[in-house]
Every structure is written in structure tokens, then in C-alpha cells.
Write a protein that binds this ligand. Sequence first.
Ligand code: F6P
Length: 466
Amino acid sequence: MERLVVISNRVAVPKARGVAGAQGGLAGALNAALKQHGGIWFGWSGQESESAADNIHLQRNDGVTTATIDLSSRDVDEYYNGYANSTLWPLFHYRLDLTQYERETGKGYERVNERFAECVTPLIEPDDLIWVHDYHLLPLGERLRARGIANRIGFFLHIPWPPTRLFVSLPFHERLVRTMLEYDLIGFQTDEWRESFLHYCRKELGAEVEEDSGAIMFEGRTTIARAYPIGIDWDHFQSQGESDEARAAEQRLLDSTRHRTAMIGVDRLDYSKGLPERIDGIGRFFDQHPDRVRDLVFIQIAPPSREDVQSYQQIRMLLEQKTGQINGARSEVDLVPIRYVNRGYSHAELYGFFRAAKIGLVTPLRDGMNLVAKEYVAAQDPDDPGVLILSRFAGAAQQLAAEGAGAVLVNPYSPDDIAHAIRVALDMPQAERKARYDVMIGTIRDDNVQAWTRRFCEDLAATRND
Ligand code: F6P
């Protein structure tokens, strides 16, 4: 098996490992991929430093070697807070209203991609498979090619790819996609995002595109674009579920919510997750069914994320305001309808909380996949499972809500739809809950992160780049 060189902005350094914090699904998935394959994981340390510009910090842990570099505060500002998270992230989540187009941050983005290429090149051996991840590093493959790297290079996008009409609002959009066509294989979470990318290549670049195989022929090179829906680390998550920590967390939630159904949401505090809209839906449910305030308690775990970016500060204020309004209006001395928590928990604790909660509420406005949806279901008792309420705009909906079965699908923009789904979930008989669970659990168990890694790496190894 070829050695794998994984390159991503965020690297799960050991001190953060095992703690969900604000990491998102990417770090856990790549950690599992590397344990399976062996190799090196290169990226940003998460630290800022002005000196020691090119020092690479190597660390070996649990069979995974990480190689990280620090970034200067200017780099973090322009590349991470700027172009990646104030331009690409909102644009790729269909939020033109939040997208900022600044030439300076675009230059910072290119500069950091070049720096990544410069620092990782000496670590690459001739037969390595190189696997680049996510929107922070779209042009990295081209930067590596410019340094003479002839290895097979694959790229996986963890977030949506926007429709062409939105994407062309990005200055220099063509230049960016041309760099991506230096990859041998590009993976997307769903067919929807893959089709948007193929559409762009055909319409805007005039590339020759074969829909079925995903082959894009452009200026003498061929790049393959395919969908590889990411999965959870099933075995690891189940083993966490057997721990004392998970059992204690489950009991803790059950003890504190006695006689009431616990409904849970776990999301990075991000506007793409539809959190204020979710709270509006819960408010609508209580407006329509005031007598049920004693039946339901909603727990929203929302670790803050990207706190230096203004749109994230604003969404946090809005969420606090909306949660405060509902709690102020609906609380009693012995009852608070919404518990809003700004911190992360370990995987074991989340497993316990998920198992104790009879409804999982996952309602992003747009999401590449959403692994929380899969983890919620994976943690359920098969004989008495809870109900997953899932946004139709999460990538996970394509796998978990096929043909009207599985998750209860909602339009996350509609408070009435969310309120209705909560009522349906609260009143759902056990037989229907079981039937819906049975539809979802097979794909969650089998299409796991190891299968995802295997599929991508086998396809990448089979591409021809010479
Ligand atoms: O999967 C999307 C993603 O943006 C990852 O690339 C990222 O590591 C994660 O969410 C969490 O975001 P951040 O790294 O900005 O904290």
C-alpha cells in the first residue's frame, strides 16, 4: 500500500484529540484515515508566530505522524479569517450576503498555499499518494506541480460546491478552478456538489466533461470528479459508547430531564448550521402547543468557532437573543425549555447525550455532509431508538432520508416545518421509530470513514497522471 500524505488546514494535534471542541468532522475523519493507511499529516499547528517561519514540528502519536507549521498573524488574518472563512466559506454555503471579496486576503490565501507547498515538498517521497483537503487549499495541487511533484494528487472538498451562478461572483473564479484541474481526482460529499462542479467546468471553462465517469478533459490533462460521502468512525464511536464516561453522561442527562423528552442539537456555532432558524422553529412549536412545555427540553451544544470573524460574532449574539427570549417567556421556576451550552464535549460524552435524547435536531441551511446526524443515529438503542429530524439541505439527507424513510426531513428555513416535525417526533410510536432507524443504520455502519478512505485512495491510485 502506498504511503499517504494528507494535507489539511487543521491537524488534530494530540492535545485536542478526543475532544469534540469546535473541531468539526474533518479532523476526526483524517485521523482515522491515517491510522488505517499510515503516513504523514501536514498542516497548520493552529498557533501564530512571527519568527521561525519555516520550522516544521514533527510529532508521532498513535501511529500517526503529524507535521505542522505556525502561521504569522497576518497569514491567519488574510488566509484563514479572510479568504477561507469570509469569502469561500460563505460563498460555498450559498451566503452571498455574507461573502466579502478583498484582493488583499486573496493574495494572503495564495501566499499561504505557496508556503504549504514549500514546507511539505521535502516530506514527499516518489510513490506517496497525496491527499489535500478542503476549501483552504484549493490551489495547493497546482503549487505542488509547480515544484515538480509528479505523484498522484487527490483533493476532497468537505463542504458544498456552489451552483455556477453563485460561484461566478468570485473574482478570479476561473483561475481558481484551473488550479484545481491539476489534481488527478477531486472528491465531493454528494452528487449534487459534483454536478455543480462539472457544470462550471463545461460552461465556464469549455472543458470536455463525461458525466458518468466524471472525467474532465482540459488543456491536455484529465481530472476525475466523483462523490465520496464521508462516514463516521463506527468502531471507534461504538467503543466510546461502551465507556463509563458515556454511561455517566447518559445518566446525567436522563437524571436532569426526568419526565421530559430531551431533544438535542450539537453544532459548531456557525451560521450555516441554521441555529437561529432552529430556535424559531422551537418557539413556533411552543406557541402552537403551550401545554407541551413540560414535555420537552431542548439542549443545544454550540462550541464557538472562528470567533475573530464578524459574521460569527453576529450569529452568536442573535442566537443568545433568541434563546433568551424563549426562555424568558416560557420558563417556570423549576423549568427551562432551552439549555444553550457554549462548550465542546468528548466523543464519549456526546454518545451518552445522544442516547439519552429521544430527538436529534440537525437543521443546517446548507452542509457538505454533517456527521452529527450519523453519530446521533449510531448512538441510539436499536430497540427503542430516537428520531432524527434532518435538514433536506444537509449532504447526509441523500443517504439518510431516501424515499421518505429514515430521518424526518425538514426545510430548515420554515419554523412551521420544524415545529411540525418536532410534534411528529414526540408522538411517534416505537414501531415507526424502529423502522426509520433500521433504514439508516446499515449505511451509517458500513459506509464508514474507513470505507470512504479506501474508496478514495483506491480510485486515486488508479488514476493516470503521466
Ligand atoms: O469540514 C469543514 C471544516 O471547515 C473543516 O475544514 C474544519 O477543520 C472544520 O470545519 C472546523 O472549522 P475550523 O477548522 O475553522 O475550526
